[in-house]
Design a protein around this ligand. Sequence first.
Ligand SMILES: [Zn+2]
Length: 65
Amino acid sequence: MHEFACEEIFPGCPDHLRGATVDQLVDVVERHARQVHHLLYLTPEMVAQVRSQVWTLWPPRTAAV
Ligand SMILES: [Zn+2]
């Protein structure tokens, strides 16, 4: 399970998003950005930021992504 704090790309947003895999989480973040932040799509920079700021909840993270 992976979690991402939306405030990393949208400062002030209290939402935390979760996905079973990082790829799934990116999809969830993109959908959230579209619905809540009225963004058509994530920029490559945002996707890179999501991937670098993901928290791995389980299994516990043992190495940098
Ligand atoms: Zn948000």
